[in-house]
Design a protein around this ligand. Structure first.
Ligand code: LRH
Ligand code: MN
Length: 424
């Protein structure tokens, strides 16, 4: 479905007076607001191809209908999101859930929707039909060389599919680990995983990167072979300068200080980027900013500080990706809310009075430092984020427009209610 731009203009017209009032009020209190707007317009968040249908758990899945049946329809849905918010200009594929049958045709279709291909994801956490060796006891860590070789071969195939699409990075998340004490020799498992990663690293094209995603637990519930940032950094430091550590916000043990982890990974030039989502307990994959928006702000505060300290290009030098699962909300509404939350946290971090904060830190004035951070966090930057969207050609109120145009209903009419989208 191609969204007619006239609908966006008409909708923006209906909100313009209220927006103008709100924008001028907040813009008046923000120094260099045009620089903030430019940075917001430039930042593009990659949408996961595996999260365009209804997600579920082992207890159940309640599909909302109108789900994309294939990669073409998934690109159309991401194209729709991007037309509405002008901040979703990339898609991250998961292989084999979304194998492009004709890479050139898929690339052309994506370009028509203004989309690029961000990192491609391998999958050695599920057994595919007619797969020779099972990943039940892991993949790159497996005690059986045949299984490891099969997993290495799969990752190299995923790189080749990514090359055909113009992607420049491979995300590897390994479910490898153990469920019981004594089941696994941690040292040998680490060594086998490292040697396997070395073979995948050696197959990387010159301008490609590997993103090694860590996760504390699930589906293994005693040990995970890439369980935390330290373990991932150990692998990526030994592998070489094309290997980076990917931070999925939901992959930490309770109360982990994720903003500190982000700051240190950036300091070491080893931060790949993110799988943004939110969670209260485990890897809940909830809407970004829906549970702990202050943590998201603190993460962006460290990102802006760290990237500026290194003269990094905010939009280009890190991978900004969402990884969520929509069990209750409409997948497209959920994704638009997540992109909005990311833009809000980024805008709040951009308006922090950094000179005063550095002075407060240098003088150990903790109260002043908190005031400065929370002054930015408590600033309602939504009109600035909306202004950036409009200047980029998007909708002032994308979710409202999606609902008022009854787009889900139209998708259900087109696609029916029986299709189950590939993914989680
Ligand atoms: C693992 C994970 C990983 C993906 C999968 C879809 O929990 O975050 O990034 O491969 O979700
Ligand atoms: Mn993830």
């Amino acid at each position: 479905m191609i969204l007619n731009k006239a609908f966006i203009e008409e909708s923006n017209q209906s909100y313009s007076a209220e927006h103008k009032r709100n924008y001028e009020f907040v813009a008046g209190s923000v120094s260099k607001v045009d620089e903030v707007l430019k940075k917001l317009i430039d930042l593009q968040v990659a949408i996961p191809s595996w999260a365009l249908g209804t997600g579920g758990t082992r207890f159940g899945r309640f599909s909302g209908g109108g789900e994309p049946a294939d990669l073409e329809q998934k690109i159309q849905d991401v194209g729709l999101l991007h037309a509405l918010n002008q901040s979703s200009g990339a898609i991250s594929l998961h292989i084999p859930w979304d194998i492009p049958k004709d890479a050139n045709a898929i690339k052309t279709l994506a370009t028509q929707h203004g989309l690029k291909f961000d990192a491609v994801n391998s999958n050695t956490f599920q057994d595919q039909p007619n797969q020779i060796n099972s990943y039940k006891f892991g993949s790159l860590q497996h005690t059986d060389k045949e299984v490891r070789q099969q997993a290495i071969k799969h990752n190299i195939e995923v790189i080749n599919q990514g090359v055909a699409l113009g992607s420049k990075s491979l995300t590897i998340w390994l479910s490898d680990g153990s469920c019981f004490p004594g089941q696994l020799n941690f040292r040998k498992a680490w060594q086998r995983t490292y040697e396997s990663l070395q073979q995948i690293y050696a197959a990387l094209p010159g301008d490609w990167k590997i993103f090694l995603e860590y996760k504390a637990y699930e589906p293994n519930f005693y040990s995970t072979t890439v369980a935390d940032w330290g373990q991932s950094l150990l692998y990526t430091s030994k592998l070489g300068n094309k290997a980076y550590t990917l931070v999925d916000l939901g992959h930490h043990l309770p109360n982990a200080n994720i903003e500190q982890i982000v700051s240190l990974l950036m300091m070491e030039n080893k931060l790949a980027g993110f799988h943004f989502n939110d969670s209260k307990y485990g890897d809940d994959d909830l809407t970004v900013g829906s549970i702990n928006p202050y943590q998201l702000f603190l993460i962006f505060n460290e990102l802006v500080e760290g990237m500026d300290a290194k003269g990094m290009n905010h939009a280009a030098d890190l991978a900004w990706m969402i990884d969520a699962s929509h069990n209750l909300k409409d997948p497209l509404e959920d994704l638009m809310q997540s992109v909005e939350a990311i833009m809000i946290a980024y805008a709040q971090a951009l308006i922090v009075n950094k000179t005063a904060l550095v002075e407060a830190q240098d003088t150990n004035d903790a109260a002043r430092a908190q005031d400065l951070l929370q002054a930015a966090y408590r600033t309602d930057v939504r009109p600035i984020v909306a202004e950036a969207r409009v200047r980029g050609g998007g909708a002032l109120q994308p979710v409202q427009l999606f609902c008022s145009l009854k787009i889900r209903e139209q998708l259900i009419t087109e696609r029916g209610t029986k299709i189950i989208s590939t993914g989680l």
